[in-house]
Each structure stands twice: as C-alpha cells, then as structure tokens.
Design a protein around this ligand. Sequence first.
Ligand code: FAD
Length: 466
Amino acid sequence: MAKQDLVIIGGGPGGYVGAIRASRLGLSVTLVERERQLGGTCLLRGCIPTKALLHSADLLQEMRGADAHGIRAEGITVDFPGIMRNKKKVVDRSAAGVRYLMKKNGVEVVNGTARIDGPGSVSVSLPDQEEVCLEAREVLIATGSVPRGVPGIEPDGRHILTSNEMLELKEIPPSLLVLGGGAVGVEFASVFSRLGSVVTIVELLPRLLPFEDEEISDAFAKALGKRGIRTYCGTRMGRVTATEDGVVCAVEDGDGGTKNLSASMLLSAVGRAPFTEGLGAVKAGVCLDDRGFVKVDDHYRTTVPGIRAIGDVIDTPALAHVASAEAIAAVEHIAGAETHPVDYATTPSCTYADPEVASVGLTEAAARDAGHEVSVGRFPFSASGKARILGATDGFVKIVAGKPHGEVLGVHIMGPHATELIAEAGILLRTECTAEEIVRTMHPHPTLSEAIQEAAHGVDGNPLHI
Ligand code: FAD
C-alpha cells in the first residue's frame, strides 16, 4: 500500500470523524478497525444501543401513563427480545452509515488489529492471520476505552456483568444491583427498573451523578426513589459472591455499618479504562500516565513525533462528542489547516435516564470555588405549560451566573428533554451570553426551552411564571 498522509487506529467517534475531516482537508487516510463493524464503543456498545433501550423504556412508560391523557391502552406487554432486536437494528443501520461515509469520503478502511512498529509504521493483523504494513506521515491513536475492572468483582457473563454484556441480555433480570451511580449505571438502572427489575444502586461517593451540581444530584436521587429505585450512596461494595441464582454483595456504609445485598445480577459500572493493549505504543516510545492514558500536548501530539492520540484513550472527558472534537482539531493541525482548540469548558454532560440530566459549565460550588460571586436562577418544570402537556413536571433548570454582569457560568437541567435543551446552553457559554440577553431573546411558546428563559429571569429574582 502506498504511503498515506495519515493512519488512524480505531473506528469509533474519534477515529471515524477524524478520518472524514482529514479526507475533506485533502489528506490520504487509512482507518484501521479490529471489529467487523465501524462506530466503536459509542455506536456498538455505548451511546446508541443504550439510548435505543432507553427509548423503548420511555415508550413503555408513556403507554402506561396514556390514560392520564385520555388514551386507553390496554394489554401492554414487554417483548424483551423485540426490544433487543430493535436495538440491534438501530446499531446495524448506524454502523452501515459510518461504512458508507468512509466510502463517500475516500477513506481506506482496513479491518484488522493494528500495532505501531515505530513513527509512521503500523502493522495490521488481518482476520485471516495475514499481516499488512502501512506507512504514513502521521499516526493517530483512537483506540478508546474498555470497562474499568474492580478488584474482586470479576465479570462472569452470567451474574456479574459490565455494560458490554448488559447489551446482550436475553431476559430481563428479576433484580439488578448496579455498582456505580454515574451516567452508565443510572441509565441501565432506568431501563431495567421500568422493564420490571427491582433495581438498587450502590455508589461510593456521597451522591449519584457526583460531577453534577449538588442540587441536581439530590433532586435526581429523590426522583429515582419515587420511581422505586433504591440507592445507597457513600457506600463501598466489598465481597461479591456469585450464587446459583445471582449475587450476594457485602456493602459498607461510611459509618462502618455492613449489610448484604442480593440480586439476580450485578452490573459493574465504575467507569472506563483507556485501551492500549497490544498496540505497541509504549514500545514505540509513547508515554502513558500512571493511569494508563496516553500523554498528549495541546495538539494531541504524544511523546513520539508523528504519533498523536485523541478520545477515550487520553485523559479528557470520556464522551463521544469530545472524541470527535479532539479528532477534528488534531487532523486540522496535521493538515496545516485553520484550527481551534477544543473548548473543554463548554463540554455538555448528559445522562439519558428518567428523568434526564444535562449540564454545561460550572456547578454553583465550582463557580464559588473559582472566586466568582454568583447569582442563581431556577425554574421548575412544574410551572412550565409544555412540561404539563407532556406530563413530565419533575425537575428544574438552574442557571449559575456571575455578578454583577450576569454572565452565564453554568446551566444545569433535570427534566424532560434536558439532553436536547442543553445544546442552547453550550452556545450561551461559548458566546459569553448574559442572563439579560437570554431574557431578551424570545423563546417559542409553549416549549420546554422557555424554562431556560425563565431561569434567566430568575437570576435577577424575577421569573414570570412563578
Ligand atoms: P471508542 O469508541 O472506544 O473506539 C475505539 C475503537 O478502536 C474501537 O472500535 C476498538 O475496537 C478500536 N481499536 C482498539 N484497539 C485497536 C487496535 N489495536 N487496532 C484496531 N482497532 C482498535 N458518550 C456520549 O457522549 N454519550 C453517551 O450517551 C454515551 N453513552 C455511553 C454508554 C455506554 C454504556 C458506554 C460504555 C459509553 C458511553 N459513552 C457515551 C462514551 C462513548 O462511547 C465514548 O466516549 C466514545 O465511544 C469514545 O470514542 P473513541 O473514538 O475515543 O473510542
């Protein structure tokens, strides 16, 4: 194969988006992916399949609540294999879409496992055991991450699972214990609780969604409680014993109290670990930090000239949109094109549970810690006409603004379609918008977006509809 401008290792939202951008900038690109399908964790075992399951659970919930809207729906049943078939269909179509995009953009795709032999040199083991050597001016590592292990809690594919195996379940577990109250843990809790499992979440830190604004975390925990999900925060999971029909887990609260929790299944969802196994990066001179992340500079250059890294394999927020943004910035720099650094301060964070949670910018506590004098505006969805129409009035919008100018420092939302609403908030931060400017921007009525405008009114203590 002729020497390429760029070889990208990994076909997730970092790698494949980087490949498209690079090709459009005129670079010759080869993308290497070890899986048969393109799309990476996000598309095959992450964002897309989990949201397909969440949508099925949302639909079930809506149908069960249809009576309140004057629609009588009887005999609603759950066809779990059907839910999983639909999830697979969405995944397969999306993966085929990525394959099409590679073709359309002239990106050469090699299906195999890549190993870096040195700067500009990559060997790929093909599925038939053959090996091909690729040469390139630049190599981009986009190998992503895998579920983080917990000592003493070994996934067995039967009673102790990671998110990977959860997505291949054949039956709804009667009861589910979730270790980890972050986005992945609470999303699965939200799916299976609505499908009928008795769900319990155990989180070591003092609150669920520990990186969200404290008020949002507290409201979210209450909302889960209302939905019948038990949560134990500030609780350490100790010994886990697999039994014939499930697991028994010893848990220890912060005050030294212990108890046993049992369930038919345990999901270990304690985060992700960067994946560089078998990549040969370290041998080629690429330095990792003490947690295994590839070290990079502002242009995603590793310690070896000609080798860069982006996405979950580096120590930045493990999110698909972050991986894509980094890939774009990295390949623009490689191509010598105009580029802008990734603005991590405006990274949206989303949890697609019921209720949804989304945020961008500083929490109230972080804003105060950073020395800001802050003013906070809140607006509850219970006062929103559109939320009442939807029958989804749990939650609120909270805007953290600086004093005296009212510049928006953070927006935090729990409630219906929070994950869609947050995109507006990202632009507010990016353009250094003030609460006054939000107030003066007409928001369509009746929409959920009015809650953002109302919360902005609240920054001056003047919401209209409460
Ligand atoms: P990945 O998507 O992990 O892709 C890396 C690819 O590299 C893989 O396909 C892998 O097979 C390949 N690879 C690795 N080594 C080699 C090699 N040596 N040779 C060839 N190929 C190799 N993020 C969001 O933004 N929104 C969400 O809603 C969301 N939901 C999630 C739900 C779950 C259950 C999980 C687990 C994650 C979720 N994420 C979500 C996180 C998101 O999936 C990741 O942040 C994102 O996929 C990272 O992209 P990436 O390109 O860096 O790596």
